[in-house]
Design a binder for this molecule. Structure first.
Ligand code: MN3
Length: 201
């Protein structure tokens, strides 16, 4: 079974005014669809990899034949990261984490506010295209990570809990060069129950 583009879990306009409808359409139907299609095309002659999960694939890129490794790294990362991206949002969300996740954030970063500030610095520090992440390691320890292009936390042995896509395609139509403002508004649509469930896994 080839990899499938997941359906957007809400309407294209669900995240207005923080993420605009047009960006949502292009981001899901063109960019995410494109990564999915190119990942499948790259694996066409090695269909045994269709049987693996995308996390398994990205976690062991050395197992991928060298002639398709870069394509799988880029498009597999793009496929996986956008799956994470859509799932972590909802309308009427935002606010703050609760429970064990809240405790872990406070003990790691000092406070939720301090976490948001450090996350923003990480996201602003990604030069060009890439992502910033809240990740956990194998022992459940939290940290922040910036990754270029579609390089994946999964390749580095981390599990991504929350990610911000700072490729220009993610915000340019609405925010132009104001990555700063995009990052500030990102918090308004985060579904912290989803992030807490990822943390608890
Ligand atoms: Mn994107």
């Amino acid at each position: 079974m080839a990899f499938e583009l997941p359906k957007l879990p809400y309407d294209y306009n669900a995240l207005e005014p923080y993420m605009d409808t047009k960006t949502m359409e292009v981001h899901h139907d063109k960019h995410h669809a494109g990564y999915t299609k190119k990942l499948n095309a790259a694996l066409e002659n090695n269909p045994e990899f269709y049987e693996k999960s995308i996390v398994e694939i990205l976690g062991d890129l050395d197992a991928i034949p060298e002639n398709i490794r870069t394509a799988v790294r880029n498009n597999g990362g793009g496929y996986y990261h956008h799956n994470i991206w859509w799932e972590q949002f909802g309308s009427d969300k935002g606010g703050e984490p609760a429970g064990e996740l809240s405790k872990a954030i406070n003990s790691t970063f000092g406070s939720f506010e301090a976490f948001r500030e450090q996350f923003k610095i990480t996201a602003l520090g990604v030069f060009g295209s890439g992502w910033a992440w809240l990740v956990k390691d194998k022992n459940g320890k939290l940290s922040l990570l910036g990754t270029p292009n579609q390089d994946s936390p999964a390749t580095l042995g981390f599990e991504p809990l929350l990610g911000i896509d700072v490729w220009e395609h993610s915000y340019y139509l609405k925010y132009q060069n104001r990555r700063n403002e995009f990052i500030d508004n990102f918090w308004e649509v985060i579904d912290w129950d989803v992030i807490a469930a990822r943390f608890a896994k």
